[in-house]
Structures are given as C-alpha cells and as structure tokens.
Design a protein around this ligand. Structure first.
Ligand code: PEP
Ligand code: MG
Length: 556
C-alpha cells in the first residue's frame, strides 16, 4: 500500500527504485582465550588486517578525490593510530584473539572519544566503521557497507559512513535515505558532492522492507513507499522536465528581471574545481582550506605545498572571485596540532579564528602562501575568517592580513549570532560578510549539526535564522559592502530565492546544486523574492516559512 514518509531532503533529484539495506551487522567476535604461543601470530594477523584496511581506505580516498578523500584519509589514520595498535597487541599478549582484541581496543578508544565531548559524535561513526572493517577482514566475512548488486537500487541506512558515501556508484545507487544525520552533516555534504538524490533524518527509514519500491524526492524530503505506476510515471516525467530545464539554463545567476546574484562554488581543494567549472560557477565562494590540513594531523602543510594548492584554484577562475576561508580547525574538524584535547565543549571552545589567533604562525604561513599564490594573477582574491564573534576578532584578522602583505579583500564569516546582531560593527574592520548558515543554525538553536535527533532545529528555513540573515544583509547594504551565503542554505533553490529577497549578494554551494538554483532564480522576479522573504519571516516555523515562500514563488 502506498505510504509517504517525510525526512529532510539534502540532495536534489528524484530516484525511483528498489530498497537495498546497508550491511550493518554488528560483528562481535567470541571472547575465547588463545594459547600464549599463538600470541605473536595473532599480533601479526591483527597488524596485517589493520594495514590492509588502512590501505583500502586510502585507495578509496584516491579514487573518490575531493572532500571525500580527506575524510577517508582521516579514517585511514585512525586505523593506523599507534596507541590503538599497542592496545591491540597488549590484549593479544594476555590471551585475546586478534578479532576480539581489535573489537575491545576500539571500544575503549570509542569510550575515550565519547568522554572527550559530544563534538566527536560524527567521528565515532567513522571509528565504528573502521573497526567493523578490520574485524570483518579478520573473521573472513564480507565487509560491511554498500550491498553487492548489479541492479540499480535505493540505498537505506541508519547513517552512512564517509567511506561508503564516497564510493557510491551513481549509476547503481539511484539515491539514498538515512534515519540519522542532519542537513549539514558530512554525509549530506558528500551526497551533494556526488550529485545523488538523498533524504536524511527520516524516522522509519531502516524499517522499510528490502526490495520494496520507493520514490525518493531529494528536494522535498518525501519518500513514497510502493508508489502506483501512475505516480512513478508522473515523477519520472517531472524529473525529465526538470533535467531538460536545467540543461537549458546557463550563464550568470539572475532573476527573470535581471537582478544579478553570482552563483559560486564551495570546494575543498583543486580536485573539486572541474565540477565547479562544468556547473558554470562564477567563482569560488568558499574554499574550505582545512581539507589541505587533514593529510597530517600533526603539523600544517608547508608554505610551498599551500601555494601550489591555492594557485591551482586561483588559475581556474582567472576573472572570477575566489573566496578562501582560512583554516577552520576544531569542533567537527579537529586537528591534533591545534585543537585542545581536553575541552568540555569544543563547539564552544578554541576553534576557527580563535585557534588561529592562538597559533599566529599557522595563520601567517597561510596568508603568506595565499599572497604568493595570487602574485601576478588577475584573480579577485578574497580571504575570510571562520567563527568571527565580534569587532575585536574581525580587527585581529584584518591586521594579520595586512601584516602578511595580502592584496585581497578581507572578510568575516557570520556563523555566530553575535556577529549577525552586530554586523555593522564587524563591517568597520572588514570588506565583506559571508553567512555560514550551517554553524549559524547550530549556534542559534543550540543544536549540534551532527545529531540527527535535532535536525528540525538545523533547518535553515527556521524564521529566526532568516532574521539573522536579514540583519547581516541589511548591515552590509547600509555599509555599501557585500554579504553572501556559503552555508548549505544556499543550495535549496527556493530558499536561494528567499535569501536573494533578504538582500544577500551572492550564493555559494556544492557544484551539483548550481544548475537547480540558477534555473529557479531565472523564473522569478526580485520583487517576488522579496515578497517570499517577507512571507517566510512572518511564519512561525520552518515548515510554514517554506510553504509561504513556495506559495509566493509558485506563481512563476
Ligand atoms: C557553515 O558553517 O555554514 C560553513 C559554511 O562552514 P562549515 O560547514 O565548513 O563549518
Ligand atoms: Mg562553519
């Protein structure tokens, strides 16, 4: 019987196909005692399995490239953690089998991480995935993960580990639905990078029977279970029409009456540039430079290595804007050499700009590398700081940029409510603002962006978040400066129109979203966007805001 379930749409498109569940069997090896004379052999076996899994993750990373590569490499490093291996060897020495020792050592490590603060919630999933892979290899059972299938299917999972999303084959995996995860979780960001329709935070996802046909709408978040033939035909027809409309939309971002709103790309490094160029990005609105720092969590990459990576990106957009964010370490992106290990609440601790101001040499090297990379290029380089709280932060960043001799515009990200509330004061120090709506939602609603249970509060349609966007855009307009959005909010085509109506001056998103946003903007006038923005702000909930804006904008 047809039934419609509702989750949060995080990656556009419609997928219709049979459900296949992710292999999530919890493998708990038997706790049997092994003879002491077998210990050395077991230790060698454990070491081989760990090395093989690390090499496999590394290889998957090389294959995937981009942001996925950084995540997979971080997982490979987890597997190779020498303390973890030492613990495994200790456990084997006192009688554990290799698989049981790995299982128990990871459990101890996991407990340690969990006790270190809830910001590690997202990494715990990564750690569990690494453990399952090693244990499966040792037990000689199939690896947990994406099911083996020759037929295209819709993948269902409680949550998807980066190792799995990174290797989803878009020709086989039509789309995916998860029970956990929020709209700004890494899985959602990776799904958009892959261009696979996806719905997250959907209660009941894992209870859907294997093999049942579902239609997944990655835009609205609706999942129709067992849709009728007519519904399937209608959805396919609509998807085909949308695809044709998308292919026809090219050129700069603009409303139907000619209001220009540059559409920029979010990238994690040079490897993401070709997709951005192909999607017609007018530049880069957010270069997340921390992905360059994940290779070795013990130290920063050299100045020369940074120059090379920055130059590769700058050269790809000779006439366009490239907005580079300086290192945003901490909270969901911890780095050993910068992030304090003992913070009770790292999302509220020394992260982002705060971390760089405590390690000025890291900031200086990065700014110098950017200055060198831009030398002799006609590009419009802009450099911004993450997690700016007030004018003092903005001044410290601008001073550091000036001292490094950087010929660029300096800006501040608005990710903390205080920055939106006092945007004018921050704009006395910097030349532009960029709204990081992922963190801005997290801090406005006190809702961890990695926790599926609070996804409702991470919804960028929340009117309180729209109020803060409006405050920032109004302040920038009053100061004659620009204010873009680079959080995931910009990738929702209808919300992109609302943001335009609120007065933001550019939108930056994963490359796969650009055609959708461009096509939607081209169908509406600026006045409609402004009316939709007013209607959304007048609403009392995210759902009402979405409905009100849709109503205004549907008279396209
Ligand atoms: C944001 O917080 O909205 C943002 C763009 O930064 P990140 O997602 O990298 O934290
Ligand atoms: Mg952020």
């Amino acid at each position: 019987m047809t039934e419609t379930l509702q989750g949060v749409g995080v990656s556009h498109g419609v997928a219709i196909g049979q459900v296949r569940h992710m292999g999530t069997a919890v493998l708990e090896p038997e706790a049997k005692q092994i003879p002491t004379e077998d210990a050395a052999r077991e230790q060698a076996r454990a070491k081989r399995a760990v090395d093989a899994v690390a090499a496999d993750l590394q290889a998957r990373g090389n294959l995937a490239g981009g942001e996925a590569q950084a995540v997979l490499e971080a997982q490979a490093l987890m597997a190779l953690d020498p303390e973890l291996m030492a613990d495994v060897e200790r456990r084997i020495a006192v009688g554990s089998s290799a698989e049981r020792a790995v299982y128990d050592a990871f459990a101890a490590y996991r407990a340690l991480l969990a006790a270190a603060g809830d910001y590690l919630a997202g990494r715990v999933a990564d750690l569990d995935d690494v453990r399952n892979r090693i244990v499966a290899r040792l037990m000689g059972v199939p690896m947990p993960g994406v099911p083996d299938s020759d037929e295209p299917y819709v993948l269902i999972a409680r949550d998807l580990a980066p190792a799995d999303t990174a290797l989803l084959d878009p020709t086989l995996v039509l789309g995916f639905v998860t029970e956990e995860g929020g709209p700004t979780s890494h899985s959602a960001i990776l799904a958009r990078a892959l261009g696979v329709p996806a719905v997250v935070a959907m209660p009941g996802a894992t209870a859907m029977p294997e093999g049942v046909v579902v239609a997944v709408d990655g835009s609205s978040g609706a999942v129709i279970v067992d849709p009728s033939t007519e519904t399937q035909e209608r959805l396919r027809r609509e998807a085909a029409e949308r695809k044709a409309a998308l292919a026809a939309s090219t050129g700069p971002g603009r409303t139907s009456d000619g209001h220009l709103i540059p559409l920029l790309a979010n990238i994690g490094g040079p490897v993401d540039v070709p997709a951005a160029v192909k999607a017609g990005a007018e530049g880069v609105g957010l270069f997340r430079t921390e992905f360059l720092f994940l290779d070795d969590s013990k130290k920063a990459p050299s100045e020369d290595a940074q120059v090379e990576a920055y130059r590769a990106v700058l050269e790809a957009f000779p006439e366009g804007r490239v907005v580079v964010r300086v290192l945003d370490a901490g909270a969901d992106k911890p780095l050993d050499f910068l992030t304090p290990a003992d913070e009770p609440n790292p999302a509220l601790g020394v992260r982002g700009l705060r971390s760089l101001l405590e390690h000025p040499e890291v900031l200086r090297t990065q700014l110098r590398a950017l200055a060198r990379a831009a030398e002799g290029l006609p590009v419009h380089l802009e450099v911004m700081a993450p997690m700016v709280a007030d004018r003092q932060d903005a001044k410290a960043f601008a001073d550091a940029c000036r001292e490094a001799g950087l010929q660029a515009k300096f800006g501040a990200m608005v990710e903390i409510p205080s920055a939106a509330l006092r945007a004018r004061s921050i704009l006395r120090e910097v030349e532009f603002l960029s709204l990081g709506t992922n963190d801005l939602a997290q801090y406005t609603f006190a809702a961890d962006r990695q926790v599926g249970a609070v996804a409702r509060l991470q919804d960028p349609w929340q009117p309180a978040l729209l109020d803060l966007v409006a405050l920032s855009a109004e302040a920038a307009r009053a100061e004659g400066k620009s204010c873009g959005v680079c959080g995931e909010a910009a990738s929702d085509p209808v919300l992109a129109c609302v943001l335009t109506g609120l007065g933001v001056t550019s939108l930056s998103m994963g490359a796969a979203s650009i055609p959708y946003v461009r096509a939607k903007l081209a169908k509406v006038t600026l006045a409609q966007c402004e009316r939709a923005a007013a209607a959304a702000r007048a609403a009392d909930s995210a759902a009402e805001a979405r409905a009100a804006a849709n109503q205004v904008l549907s008279g396209e």
